[in-house]
Design a protein around this ligand. Structure first.
Ligand code: C5P
Length: 224
């Protein structure tokens, strides 16, 4: 482990998409690449943190130097998070599937059976809200993300209260911003103190600045 202001601090990061099985060969997923979570993990490791990286099946290679937990489903992701507690901070960057198939088929569904399959969905657990509202072992700092297309600060402020987390990193993912799938990001950090717009910068710079803020919050006297 590296030296740095976060030396000795355990930080959990969720990242990537989740895959929710329909049958043994099919699943419901989303397009999350895991890039944002991975960049934040690297930035925290660079500040000396012990990073526990719980990731769904993502394209991005996982960060070097993290304790890696690979999962598929939202339920597995939540279980993995529970198992690694206690942590000093939790950063929920995963794009968790909102729904799973209520009862996935244990054998491959056949189209030559005739008719169309009816997929009944069930709601997945909200990992960010669960970690934020833990009665025991709540991390000192819980951070979530919000991708919005309008009224970004207002919607993200409401989300912060609804989930019970400490901070929300909000961004505008409207197509005209070029942020989704691009290399730059323009975020607003929502805390109890209000909304703090950050200038547009690379996603790596957003990760570094967020890691610095996390260090200041967890280790108040470690300021350089
Ligand atoms: O509600 P929404 O999906 O917009 O919230 C996004 C935030 O909540 C992200 O930080 C995401 O990682 C987290 N989340 C979660 N579990 C879910 C849904 C979202 O941890 N089931």
């Amino acid at each position: 482990l590296r030296d740095g202001p976060l030396k000795g601090r355990r930080i959990l990061i969720t990242s990537g998409p989740t895959h929710e099985p329909i049958d043994p060969v099919r699943y419901i997923a989303n397009r999350s690449s895991g890039a944002q979570g991975t960049a934040i993990a690297r930035a925290l490791i660079a500040l000396g943190a012990e990073v526990i990286f719980v990731t769904g099946p993502a394209d991005a290679p996982p960060p070097d130097g993290a304790e890696l937990h690979r999962v598929e489903t939202a339920h597995q992701m939540l279980d993995a998070c529970h198992k690694v507690l206690p942590v000093d901070a939790a950063i929920c960057a995963a794009a968790v599937a909102d729904w799973r198939v209520a009862s996935a088929s244990s054998s491959k569904m056949k189209k030559d059976k005739g008719g169309l399959p009816k997929l009944e969905l069930a709601e997945n657990p909200d990992i960010l809200a669960t970690l934020s509202q833990l009665a025991d072992q709540r991390p000192a700092l819980v951070v979530g993300f919000a991708a919005e297309t309008d009224d970004v600060a207002q919607n993200a402020t409401a989300k912060r209260l609804r989930k019970g987390c400490d901070w929300i990193v909000a961004n505008d993912v409207s197509p005209h911003t070029g942020i989704m799938g691009g290399t730059e990001n323009e975020v607003t950090l929502i805390t109890a103190a209000g909304a703090e717009p950050w200038p547009r910068m690379s996603k790596g710079q957003v990760a570094a600045r967020l890691a610095t803020r996390i260090a200041e919050a967890l280790v108040p006297d470690a300021a350089p």
